[in-house]
Design a protein around this ligand. Sequence first.
Ligand SMILES: C[S@@+](CC[C@H](N)C(=O)[O-])C[C@H]1O[C@@H](n2cnc3c(N)ncnc32)[C@H](O)[C@@H]1O
Length: 198
Amino acid sequence: MTGSPSDTWDHWRQQLSPMDYDARWRHMEAAGANPHGEADFVFSYGPRSVLDAGCGTGRVAIELARRGLDVVGTDLDQDMIDVARAKAPELTWVHADLSELDLANRFDAVVLAGNVVPYVAVNRRQAAVVSCARHLAPNGRLIAGFQLQEGWPSVADYDTWCENAGLALEARYATWDRHPFTDIGSYAVSVHRCGVSG
Ligand SMILES: C[S@@+](CC[C@H](N)C(=O)[O-])C[C@H]1O[C@@H](n2cnc3c(N)ncnc32)[C@H](O)[C@@H]1O
């Protein structure tokens, strides 16, 4: 791996290889569960283009491309993105730190799926959110899902970073299939948008 997303991510990676991570989702599908809740959620907004930010092994981007959307995947972990590229060499994969991402494209949606926000290094989270916001097309949506736990960002932290990036909260759920969010929940799916008053 070149570059390091964060100590938290390094720790996680010591326990699971990119191939094993990827296999998890295939096993989930084989067991009859839906591994595409995030893609279903993003797709429901009708975007034509999506940036899969912190794409890992490409699960969300590849599924959205299969449904006909223009997608780009980006991740800081070279080994993760190599697996994504091997699975879908026809798609665009960019090895980059989200906090420094500078693509020419603008997207109808940018998705941070699967705890990307907490895995970004603490001192780069604000910049990563600003960078994601900068890659949105007018009226585009920033969609993020992450666990709420001790020592990880709270929804208030995340809302502040989004607000500083010029985005306002449009909706928040407890799950990718839109269960209502409550203050005592352990997961949040947040949808922020330019020019929407919260
Ligand atoms: C748990 S994985 C989620 C992968 C994928 N989104 C999914 O849902 O399957 C978190 C990802 O965030 C990436 N990440 C962490 N910090 C990053 C950063 N600063 N820039 C880009 N990617 C980052 C990690 O490399 C990792 O692939």
